[in-house]
Design a protein around this ligand. Structure first.
Ligand code: ARG
Length: 581
């Protein structure tokens, strides 16, 4: 990685300048420069080390710079300058950047696959059976999938688990209701998820109003948990109807998941509680089995229980998560766990990880566990996203609308163009890609911890940091290749013009962007990177003639590399590309 290379060069220079420094005792801080006149990279360590070296930072910096220059026999650096209180600004030479680009271009993939393959389990999407998927699940699906794609790109083994809420006391109610009032839906097997959702609402109403039905529902939970054949068959039907509806969405989004619903962990629950009891960790609070974990208190400052079994013996969401984290680490030997859910569940996951640690399932020095929280999707009114009638918008309708609107926009655009080469069928296909891409990108482009406003108009724009802009940039690069007739011979990349160099340097930084996302799990960094890439490409294409120029073949190689990085980046985000638009 380029940034590491620079860090190492700086470290060498520090050690050469100060014999008392021990390599393992200090770390070097290098960042990408934010302004062109600060060079390409910046090292801030002279300031950080003033105490240790007992010297003013500018004096430290000047010794380090002298050594950087002395060590620069290969001409890797063009310039090193001291700025402000003791920043060291580093500028790479054109030749170094050209070589780095060429090295990347020679490899089959821009960033090499890892040689330390991890098994990474990502818990994503995870809707609740007999309920419609809502925009929150869309976020979990899209963000989770892009992280999964990133780790796969880097060569890790990823398990995408769909932890569907398919088990629990509420199913007793629904099954009891179906048995009593809608038995036909079991026999004709044609019910839709929408019908199920309505039945669920009716069941809930009756549950709240009718004591007998309440009792029946509770008996049905017992019957379900003891795997009564008839009850189980209705439960399976409910799951199947829901599954079918979810699959429709996953197909549209091009997302593949392994279904591992809450029901999967049923057989593990009792044993997990027993294990925690044997370890002396369970405390009884108001009759419920709980864990009390250091550092977790409620608003009143009292210890907050992590409840694992209610006083009536029922298990809950936390019990399943406790059993599943144990299963994922102890049985399945995951090296890393990622859970993608709304930010509202942050405390739950913080407690889960702590509980798993206390129980000895999770050793944080060996296995990393992250909760990846995200904010809300808002409607144009700035409130939680709803349809006009105040219902939660069905995801499938939302995706269909995006495709429909993309189609309209593309038709309008081609009408404006003089030379239109797109057929109606082309437009239909491109609209499908654009519609889905736009929804995904609008979600990924904002910092996931923030809320964002869902707007078809905004997400389908061709200007600004949007899916359409990036897709169009990709199409343009293809257009250049198409325009240059005859066999294209790529030449070695040799950057000279300022805009070429800026583009080349940016291409070399792909690896460090991906590395930072592996750590902070923020896909919006990749969106920013790709947007800048497209902008730098546009500047290059404006400033440097490709077709017919003496540099044609080496500039084409730069175009080719840009297209590849753009494609790899978009693929990691889960976006598809087209070659005309
Ligand atoms: N079904 C839950 C929801 O709709 C998300 C489950 C997340 N995964 C987990 N292991 N708890 O909010």
């Amino acid at each position: 990685m380029l940034i590491q290379q620079i860090e190492n060069k700086c470290k060498d220079a520090f050690i050469d300048a100060f014999e008392t420094l021990d390599r393992s005792e200090f770390s070097i801080e290098v960042t990408r420069s934010t302004k062109a006149n600060f060079g390409h990279y910046q090292c801030n360590s002279a300031m950080k080390l003033t105490k240790l070296l007992n010297m003013p930072p500018r004096d430290i910096a000047s010794k380090v710079v002298a050594n950087l220059e002395k060590n620069n026999k290969d001409g890797f650096l063009e310039k090193c300058e001291i700025a402000g209180p003791g920043f060291i600004n580093l500028t790479l030479s054109n030749e170094a950047i050209s070589n780095l680009c060429q090295n990347i271009a020679n490899e089959p993939q821009t960033v090499a696959k890892t040689n330390k393959v991890q098994k990474i389990t990502i818990d994503l999407s995870s809707p609740n059976t007999a309920k419609e998927m809502h925009v929150g699940h869309l976020r979990s699906t899209i963000i989770g999938d892009s992280l999964a794609r990133l780790f796969e790109y880097l060569g890790h083994y990823v398990l995408r688990l769909n932890h569907i809420g398919d088990w629990g006391t509420s199913f007793g109610m629904l099954i009891a209701y179906i048995k009593a009032f809608a038995p036909q839906i079991v026999s004709d097997k044609k019910a839709t998820l929408t019908q199920l959702v309505n039945l669920y609402k009716e069941a809930k109403k009756r549950f709240d109003e009718n004591e007998d039905f309440k009792k029946e529902s509770q008996l049905m939970v017992v019957s379900l948990q003891s795997h009564d054949k008839e009850t189980l068959a209705i439960w399976e039907m409910i799951c199947e109807i829901s599954r079918k509806a979810y699959q429709e969405i996953y197909d549209l989004l091009d997302i593949k998941l392994v279904e591992r619903g809450e029901s999967f962990y049923q057989p593990y629950l009792a044993d997990t509680i027993k294990d925690l009891e044997n370890k002396g960790l369970i405390k009884i609070s108001d009759g419920a089995k709980c864990l009390f974990l250091d550092g977790f208190v409620n608003r009143e400052g009292e210890p907050l229980p992590f409840m694992l079994q209610k006083s009536d013996g029922a298990y809950n969401y936390s019990t399943t998560d406790m059993a599943s984290i144990r299963h994922r680490i102890v049985d399945e030997k995951s090296d890393r766990l990622i859970y993608v859910t709304d930010a509202g569940q942050a405390t739950h996951f913080a407690m889960l990880f702590k509980a798993a640690e206390v129980a000895g399932y999770l050793d944080p020095s060996k296995v990393r566990a992250d909760h990846v929280p995200f904010g809300l999707v808002l409607g144009p009114d700035g409130k939680k996203f709803k349809t006009r009638s105040g219902e939660t918008e069905r995801l499938i309708d939302l995706l269909d609308s995006a495709i429909q609107k993309a189609n309209e926009i593309l038709i309008a655009r081609t009408k404006d163009k003089e030379s239109n080469t797109l057929s109606e069928q082309d437009i239909k296909e491109i609209a499908h890609v654009l519609g889905i891409n736009a929804v995904k990108y609008a979600d990924l482009v904002c910092n996931r911890t923030h809320d964002y406003v869902f707007s078809y108009d905004k997400m389908l724009r061709f200007e600004g940091n949007t899916a359409a802009f990036l897709m169009y940039s990709y199409v343009r690069i293809h257009g250049i290749k198409r325009k240059i007739q005859g066999e294209i011979k790529l030449a070695n990349i040799d950057l000279a013009h300022e805009s070429e160099v800026a583009l080349g340097l940016h291409l070399c930084q792909f690896a460090e962007i991906l590395a930072s996302i592996c750590d902070d799990l923020m896909p919006n960094r990749l969106c920013e990177y790709l947007f800048e890439l497209a902008e730098k490409f546009n500047a290059f294409f404006r400033d440097c003639r490709v077709e017919g120029a003496p540099e044609q073949n080496q500039r084409l190689a730069l175009c080719e590399l840009t297209a590849r990085v753009l494609k790899e980046g978009l693929t990691i985000l889960g976006l598809n590309t087209v070659t005309k638009m």
